[in-house]
Design a protein around this ligand. Structure first.
Ligand code: TEU
Length: 564
């Protein structure tokens, strides 16, 4: 029996930036998105064709990493609302047959979590909930004591923070306010099981599991020299990690009608198969990163030349390599895809390609195999931020990256260019609902700047426009939901070069063929598409051309349908 989560399209909400409801009696909101704001837009999500919401963290948190630093897993942070609001969200979503998966961050907690505060006492039973180590002795007599190992973190910081009260260092692979939990201590997993059960009993339909392939630190030995995160070989996808996932599945998840999608940093295909293979009893699917890094060096930080052929090669590897994919092009950490792989903001000038390229990318994502995840604002073609300086950026990772690049004597303009291309704030500017104040996001000053293109790019201006990006997404989602071949048909690469990508989806004699031009130039269609050329007019096109005449216009995407 095919599980329900293979038949739905998912939508990620980053609550802080989604919509800010008014205060009591219409008082101004606080400029931060909240749960009531989400409830107010459920009809729009239903109308879009959404069947699953992935809700980024709304738990109690000091906000050092915008909620990915949790201080109480059983409480909703007041900036987002109350537990009653969360229960109402589950109920209102269920009325619309929308199921909600919660974002579960279990690699680390906030340093303000009571477990961590108790663990600072070396005699506490909570001491072993975290990873505490004494300084390493100085190399020479009278020298400075050293850090417990040479690891580097994901936020370009040290991973050891000294705690005076404790007289030792604690490990944090991310921000120093995000101490890593110790899964070598079975009590930790027992606590996590309770948290999962609590939210499943509240109505959650599963979990997006944050950095779920680095939670088990098998050793604290020094790491090999590495441009990325030094030491990752001691904790990435260790056997202990797989054992934790299998136990969580066996003792909790298998007892509920739910699914998990893991976020798996720096995962490769062999490791992914071990983490989400159907026979493995671990995750149901996972987010990999390789397709979003084909035009980047060092994760997503330094841009390099884009080639559609490279993108097709990587997509083919994962589409054919995994039994089921989690398909995504954006999330709260990634640049906006129309700015990354598309024409970006064309300023609304005549003949611009912003909308056409956004639709071409929608055509790609919604014709891939797997469960599709759309990120808030992607459906209206929101673009990277238009900030003019680092002062406007809030993301801790961007500020740390700038500090590291300064140390490496990288000149200011280049630093700012790379930050603009990679900053997670690109995805975190408030959703642009209308051309009204603050883009209709809030009636108060938003916590992060609104993109100044909101008067041109917003939900209201697209809702009733049949040619809008929004309605193109809506049409494609409806087509996909009613077509098994598009959901689960085989993925067959046909042709690609620097600009052009062609692939098909095939199931029981039915074929959909996608032709995508990732450039601002007209490209001739190669002989390989002869079969397609003989087909009737495209079933879907972002230019409405009935005959391609053997070429694709700039940023044109076309989808042909054939049944034998
Ligand atoms: O992200 C982990 C992760 O892979 C990214 O942080 C990435 O490593 C980083 O941006 C460098 O490319 C997850 C969450 O999605 C992110 O928002 C959190 O900040 C992070 O974990 C810590 O919880």
């Amino acid at each position: 029996m095919k599980p329900w989560w293979k038949d739905r399209v998912a939508y990620q909400i980053y609550p802080r930036s989604f919509r800010d409801s008014e205060g009591p009696g219409g008082a101004p909101g606080d400029g931060i998105g909240d749960i009531q704001g989400i409830i107010s837009r459920l009809d729009e999500l239903k109308s879009l064709g959404i069947g699953i919401i992935w809700l980024s963290p709304v738990y109690k948190s000091p906000g050092a990493d915008n909620g990915y630093d949790i201080s109480d897993y059983y409480a909703v942070d007041p900036i987002f609302g109350t537990m009653a609001d969360m229960e109402r969200l589950f109920a209102e979503a269920a009325k619309r047959d929308i199921r909600i998966i919660m974002d579960m961050v279990i690699n680390h907690t906030s340093d303000e979590h009571e477990w961590f505060q108790k663990s600072r006492d070396p005699s506490s039973p909570y001491r072993e909930y975290y990873i505490w180590r004494p300084p390493k002795p100085a190399k020479k007599p009278g020298g400075k004591p050293r850090l417990p190992n040479n690891w580097t973190g994901f936020f370009m910081e040290d991973v050891w923070e000294y705690d005076e009260k404790s007289g030792e260092y604690y490990l944090h692979l991310f921000h120093k306010k995000q101490p890593d939990l110790n899964y070598q201590n079975p009590k930790v997993l027992e606590e996590i099981k309770k948290i999962f059960r609590f939210w499943l009993d509240k109505g959650a339909a599963g979990f997006r599991c944050d950095v779920i392939n680095i939670i088990y630190k098998a050793s604290l030995e020094d790491g090999k020299k590495s441009l990325a995160v030094r030491g990752i070989e001691h904790y990435q996808s260790q056997e202990g990690n797989h054992a934790v996932l299998r136990e969580l599945r066996r003792d909790v998840l298998d007892k509920y009608d739910c699914f998990t999608v893991g976020e798996t940093v720096m995962v490769d295909l062999p490791e992914a198969k071990l983490l989400c293979g159907e026979s493995r009893g671990e995750l149901d699917m996972l987010f990999y990163f390789e397709h979003l890094e084909i035009d980047r060096r060092i994760a997503r930080f330094i841009p390099k030349k884009f080639k559609a052929s490279k993108l097709l090669e990587v997509l083919t590897k994962w589409q054919q390599g995994l039994e089921w994919n989690a398909v995504y092009l954006e999330n709260h950490d990634q640049p906006r895809v129309v700015s990354h792989f598309g024409a970006g903001d064309d300023g609304g000038k005549a003949g611009g390609y912003w909308a056409r390229s956004a639709k071409m990318l929608a055509l790609m994502e919604l014709t891939l195999r797997g469960t599709v995840f759309i990120y808030q604002g992607q459906e209206i073609g929101m673009t990277n931020f238009d900030f003019k300086s680092l002062d406007q950026v809030k993301d801790v990772e961007s500020h740390n990256l700038d500090r590291l690049m300064k140390k490496l004597h990288i000149p200011g303009p280049l630093r700012w260019k790379w930050i603009k291309a990679s900053s997670r704030d690109n995805a975190r500017t408030p959703v642009q609902w209308s051309s009204g104040a603050n883009a209709g996001f809030s009636n108060s000053r938003p916590w992060l700047g609104v993109n100044s293109n909101y008067r041109r790019i917003n939900y209201e201006s697209q809702k009733n426009d049949p040619a809008s990006v929004l309605n193109f997404y809506k049409k494609l989602i409806a087509l996909r939901l009613e077509n098994e071949c598009l959901k689960s048909g085989a993925f067959v690469p046909l042709y690609a070069d620097t600009r052009l990508m062609i692939y098909s989806r095939e199931l029981e004699g039915e074929t959909w063929t996608a032709l995508l031009n990732f450039s601002g130039r007209t490209v001739k269609l190669p002989f390989a598409t002869a079969g397609v050329r003989s087909a009737r007019e495209p079933a879907v096109s972002n230019t409405c051309r009935a005959d391609l005449e053997g070429k694709l216009l700039p940023w044109e995407g076309a989808l042909f349908h054939q049944t034998s």
